[in-house]
Design a protein around this ligand. Structure first.
Ligand code: PEP
Length: 248
């Protein structure tokens, strides 16, 4: 089954309206012939300006999170409907930094995922183990739990993107080897097959994330189950274009 690769950036709490628009203007001509889908997930406050900056390009704009409620007394939060108004196509959900620093749980990931889907936004659901969990042989157990609870009640799993992001590889410069990433992503695909159906598992886009850069992207993207990347640090510079053009 052929799956269209998908490379997405995650700016985190970086960039301003001015520097972000400048980067998009510089990236646009470099990525225009990409064979993969391309997105930049940006801080919520930058979404209106970045949507304008990316207009007419093949760069889609995504959010870094989304709340589960349609509206209400949730100070500081942003709903899927609000994101949709600006043409947001993707929302990262359950990033390890959200889980680690903001107490997000698998249950919250599930509610956010369902809210995104209900509003036609593609959730990029992040899963991954900590170093301690890997060293204790718990990688598969942890990821199975994250998938089982995070994706509960999803009707059409093909509308969800999964990002496998080993926590120990995020922002550390320590990438999972091609084999480690492939092994765990193959496990994720198998688990999705069990939770949903084996055929749909073959259609689900699964990205790798964790210190992916211009130098290591080719090897990772050559793995049979790796369909793309979620890129943090390297999405803040023109290196992002090299990753997008990994096959050129
Ligand atoms: C991320 O935060 O999603 C990420 C993969 O970051 P980095 O590429 O900087 O490791």
């Amino acid at each position: 089954m052929s799956r269209k690769p998908f490379i997405a950036g995650n700016w985190k709490m970086n960039m301003t309206a001015a520097s972000g628009a400048k980067l998009i203007a510089e990236l646009a001509p470099l990525v225009k012939d990409a064979d993969c889908d391309v997105a930049l997930c940006v801080p919520a406050i930058l979404i209106p300006e970045m949507t304008k900056a990316a207009k007419g390009t093949n760069i889609a704009i995504g959010a870094e999170n989304v709340h589960w409620a349609d509206k209400g007394a949730f100070t500081g939060e942003i709903s899927a409907e609000m994101l949709k108004e600006y043409g947001v196509k993707y929302a990262i959900i359950g990033h390890s930094e959200r889980r680690q620093y903001f107490g997000e749980t698998d249950e919250g990931v599930n509610k956010r995922t369902l809210a995104a889907l209900k509003n036609g936004i593609t959730p990029i659901v992040c899963v991954g183990e900590t170093l301690e969990e890997r060293e204790n042989g718990l990688t598969e157990k942890v990821i199975a739990r994250q998938l089982e609870f995070g994706l509960k009640d999803v009707d059409d799993i093909k509308k969800v993107v999964i990002a496998y992001e080993p926590v120990w590889a995020i922002g550390t410069g320590k990438t999972a080897t091609d084999e480690q990433a492939q092994e765990t992503i193959a496990f994720i695909r198998k688990k999705i097959g069990e939770l949903f159906c084996p055929m749909c598992a073959q259609s689900v886009i699964i990205q790798y994330g964790g210190s992916m850069n211009a130098a290591n992207c080719k090897g990772l993207m050559a793995q049979p189950d790796i369909d793309g990347g979620l890129i943090g640090g390297a999405s803040l510079k023109l290196d992002f274009a090299q990753i997008v053009n990994y096959n050129k």
